[in-house]
Every structure is written in structure tokens, then in C-alpha cells.
Design a binder for this molecule. Sequence first.
Ligand code: KIV
Length: 294
Amino acid sequence: MSTETTAPVKRITANTFIEMKAENKPIAMLTAYDYPMAYYLDQAGIDGILVGDSVAMVELGFENTLSATMDIMVHHTQAVRRGVKRALLVADMPFMSYQSSVQSAVENAGRLVQEGGADAVKLEGGESFADQIEAIIEAGIPVMGHLGLTPQSFHMFGGYGLQAKTVASAKQLIEDALLLQDIGCFSIVLEKIPAELAALVSRKLTIPTIGIGAGSSCDGQVLVAHDMLGMFERFKPKFVKQYVQLAGIMREAFEAYISDVKSRAFPASEHSYSMDPEVLAEVEKAVQEINATD
Ligand code: KIV
């Protein structure tokens, strides 16, 4: 029996995020929707993994995030959970899983934690959803807020443009951020707002801001993994930095495979299994006997 022991992994919690802000340590987050992506992200040392409702677009091919349902979010959160040992796992609350009532908000947040294995949930919006957020936190589930561009409301915004550009909307965003902090959110995603405003908000809060299209002064950053990997070609927002062009690499590999199959270059002998010659001789004899009786 081996006497070697592996040191337990120190898991990142919602409180770790707040400590990281206090220690001025930037927080790195990315999305993941399946086991392999989550596994590689965790191994790479990511601080937080978001199972975003962006799954509807980048994994499932829908037009927007409104098609994500609770069942879809639970299914993908479960797969991600199996791949994550260290990072904080945050699951998005999908459209209409919290908007209609406090009770459905608590029940659905509970499903993401109990069935999906999430450590925390994220939901979009400020003051309008304060009751839901308070009740979820009261139930013992950490909540990450999400202000600025909130894609579940794109019909109201009339698209996906830059948010909080005016004095009134910027003031509203600051008030919403302070309110989310007061009612107990452990962090807030700031999406597609001017960098100067994100810097102001980040300085004012003691909980971390996680920016996406909100400049470099946020306490952390998040991107959709498919965007930074170059796996989503329908559009590329200005705020995305592409670290690799996986779509092209995948297309080349698929084309090479198809060509190998068509030319019979694959499988080669190293990809095939051989039969014991004596067994083969017996089998061939048996086939001859069958042929003779046909
Ligand atoms: O769904 C998602 O991926 C998100 C990020 C863009 C923050 O909410």
C-alpha cells in the first residue's frame, strides 16, 4: 500500500474573492459549460468558473441567451462540477428563473446548488431584484450580481450596446452596485460599461468587481471561453482578446481526418488490433466450412 498522501486542494470560496480584493490580487474568471473545459481551466489555475447562460449561444447554437432554461443550466453545471476541484463554481440563473417571484428565485438557485453542485449563483439586475437576491442569500447561497449590459434584457436595451453612458444611467449603476453590496452580494460582474465608470465603482466597493468590457481597473476579469479561444465566429465583441484561433485548428483537423478516411490512410497499422495467427487460421477454416455448406 502506498504511504504517499496528496495535499488537499485549497478551494476558492466566495469569501476568497473578497479577500483577494482586499489584498489587491486580480481575480481571473472564464466560462465553462462541460467537463473537459472545466478540468483544463481548473488545472490552469483559474480562480472562478462561470457556467454562463451564454451556453445557449456558444454551445447550443441559439440566437441569444433567453433560450437557456433551468434544466439546461443544471445539466451543464453538473458536467462542470465533475471537472472542478479548486475554482469557485458560479452558475448563472437563466431568464425567467428569478424574475417572476422571490419563491421561484430561491427554489431555482437551490436547484443550481443542490442538483448542479454550484458554489454560488449569478443573476442580472439591480434594485428591481433586490428581494430575490436577499432571499437567496438568506437561504445560504452566495450571489454574484451583474450590472451594465445584462443580455437577458436586450429587448429592453434594443441591442447589446455600451451601457451607463449618461449621467443618469451611470448614477443608477453606482446606486445599484452599492445596493447589491449592502444586501450581501459577494461580487458584481460589470459588463460593457465605460472603463472610467467601472474604475469609480471598483474603488467605491469593498466587494470585487469582475469586468467584461469594463476596462482594466476592475478587481477581476471574465470572458466567455469560446470567445477567447476563437471558437465562436458569429461575432467578436471589441472587448474580447482572442488567445488562439481554435475554430481554424479544428476545421483543419477535421479536413485532414476526412481526407485520411477517403484515401484509406487512416486507420494505419498502429491504430489497428491483430489476431493471434493460430486463432485466425481456425476462423478462416470455419468460414470456408460455412461457405461450403451455402
Ligand atoms: O453568460 C455569460 O457568459 C455571462 C458572462 C458574459 C459574464 O454572463
